[in-house]
Write a protein that binds this ligand. Sequence first.
Ligand SMILES: Cc1cc2nc3c(=O)[nH]c(=O)nc-3n(C[C@H](O)[C@H](O)[C@H](O)COP(=O)(O)O)c2cc1C
Length: 375
Amino acid sequence: MLNASGILGSEADMTHHPALHTRVTEMLGIRYPIIQAGMGFGIATPELVAAVSNAGGLGIFGAMMVPPDEVRAAIASIRTLTDKPFGVNFVIAPPDGHSRNPSSMLDALNRHRSDLGLPASNSLPEIPPSTTAASIDAALEAGARVLSFGLGDPTSYVELAHQRGAKVITMVATVQEAKIAAKAGSDIIAAQGYDAGGHRSNFRYSRLPETPMVGTFALVPQVVDAVDVPVLAAGGVMDGRGLAAALALGAQGVMMGTRFLTAKESGIFPSYRQALFDAVDSSTVVSDAPTGRPARSIRNRLTDDLKSASLPYPAQAIAAIDVYQTARAQDRADLFPLWAGQGLRMAVREQPAAEIVEEIAQQAGEILGALGARH
Ligand SMILES: Cc1cc2nc3c(=O)[nH]c(=O)nc-3n(C[C@H](O)[C@H](O)[C@H](O)COP(=O)(O)O)c2cc1C
């Protein structure tokens, strides 16, 4: 690790290193090119979003499967906490039609239900009609100025967002998807490497192990070469070293999820937080068992037990929702999907989100300054 403090004079204020001013900071009107990823499941709370935005990054509210009224309420709540720009994230994965064998999954879930004191269930869930389009509309009506999309082709939403004056950040996991996202008019593309926590942001479901698995370091420069719009590096970026490296690869900023999980303001429960601190670099697995789409989480009883079979997305997530909600309420990290990326060992303690943003910007500035000083 580069220890910049020995190289730089202590009076040097590198937080405003010119390289931290990028096309992304300009486009979004923010101070640092640090974007906190929209995280669903109540994790990217209004408090987290506002704290990141107030600190000079861009906070993004996680609105995955959040109905329109709650999206409006969340935006109103963010507005009371910050007057800075912020975004709203939607997961736009289409329902997947692949039929799979649910019987061993239903058996496993019933063992979990029994353990949590829940009644058994052998029926497959009704899939409620998706509220995503209505929630996107609600976010735009409520004045969201940045929309971020994951897990799907954004083409049908970009024009609407632009008509309402909102910028669009689309997350992709391959160069081919980046080209589609750019052609659709996305303003910024987040290139999500295989290192990333949470769902693989491919536009379509593909069965493991055929799911594209391009790591962040390989993906980012290839996406930068393929599109004209600014690119964010997502996946495994945990500190100022990651931000400096992303800029060196040609990205104009970073999108970070896992590091902000351990922020004081994040919505994770205590045993999830502890699992992050106990984990090591090899603790995560990519599995489609928790929701039906491949996603990276800390290996636990849930990923071990559900490994063998699952329903398609989103049926799998809906089938297991009672287990996940109860596990969360009972602070049970063994039966909740503990989304996290491969860089999790770099998050070592709970910190206010503002401190995380400042620390990353400061460290990246120092590194960039030190690298420049070598020439
Ligand atoms: C807990 C968690 C929840 C996530 N939820 C979402 C989500 O709802 N929508 C989305 O587009 N991406 C989601 N992601 C993925 C992030 O957008 C991003 O790609 C990822 O966090 C970057 O890698 P990192 O975790 O190594 O920083 C989630 C990631 C995590 C860790």
